[in-house]
Design a protein around this ligand. Structure first.
Ligand code: NAP
Length: 234
């Protein structure tokens, strides 16, 4: 795949970014456009996402694509949720009939994952609970999970007392933790206390090396889908 990275200055205006998106929408060399979030404060995220041509929105964030996901007829499933679903299915953990607890309700992970897994279709059919910072009795809910997805952004937020024996854990978190023993001065940790939770879990994804590489793989899948859509239509 041909790809190009456009590194813009952090003082870029909303109008300048809209101009770039408009030219990429019209450029046949590109089937997919990914806007790296978050954006600086002078740029409104929703304005930028809505400016993307939905057929090139390989992150699946445009309202058209969010709506299609909700209806169960997605062109693009956001890459991280799509990767999580594939990790489960390809390791023999079909979410059908399972209680999946998703910790986190971001537009990029928690909400689309919950939407994806509750669909009435193969690879989904889960009973889904979504938690967030206003959830009362979080541990009571996470202990009910057959499959627990942590997309919180807090290192080691999910501890062993918060899970039941035999749980399947997907750790989405990528957190930088200061570590003077590392040359770069930090290490990456997930949202789950890995050692203690893995002693109770039937399966658990590592950080790094779990959800992250799958996210990249699914972004490539979405780009291929976008190229096919541009040629064959829906
Ligand atoms: N591996 C990958 O490819 C990949 C991709 C995307 C993200 N990530 C990582 O995944 C993590 C989450 O990312 P995100 O973009 O979804 O994060 P986000 O936008 O910061 O959302 C975090 C969510 O977690 C909830 N939360 C925070 N602290 C909590 C707590 N103590 N108890 C319960 N809920 C809590 C928040 O609740 P409120 O809504 O109430 O604030 C929010 O819904 C980050 O570490 C990020 O780096 C990894």
């Amino acid at each position: 795949m041909f790809s190009e990275i456009f590194h813009l200055d952090e003082t870029t205006t909303e109008a300048e970014l809209l101009d770039l998106i408009s030219s990429l929408n019209a450029d046949p060399r590109f089937h997919g456009i990914l806007v790296q979030l978050p954006l600086p404060p002078q740029i409104e995220e929703t304005v930028i996402i809505e400016a993307l041509d939905p057929i090139k929105d390989v992150d699946g964030l445009h309202p058209f694509n969010v709506g299609k996901l909700l209806q169960g007829v997605p062109d693009f499933i956001p890459a991280t949720p799509a990767g999580i679903q594939q990790i489960l299915l390809r390791n023999g953990y079909d979410p059908a009939g399972k209680h999946v607890v998703v910790c986190g309700r971001s537009n990029i992970v928690g909400k689309p994952l919950a939407t994806l897994l509750l669909q009435r279709r193969a690879g989904s059919n889960a009973t889904v609970t979504v938690t967030h910072t206003r959830t009362a009795n979080l541990a009571e809910i996470t202990r009910q999970a057959d499959i627990l997805v942590a997309a919180i952004g807090q290192p080691r937020a999910i501890t062993a007392d918060m899970v039941k024996d035999g749980v399947v854990v997907i750790d989405v978190g990528v957190n930088r933790v200061d570590d003077s023993t590392r040359r770069r001065g930090y290490r990456l940790e997930g949202d789950v206390e890995f050692e203690a939770v893995s002693a109770k879990a039937e399966a658990i994804t590592p950080v790094p090396g779990g959800v992250g590489p799958m996210t990249i793989a699914m972004l490539l899948v979405n780009t291929l889908t976008a190229a096919r859509l541009s040629i064959h239509g829906r």
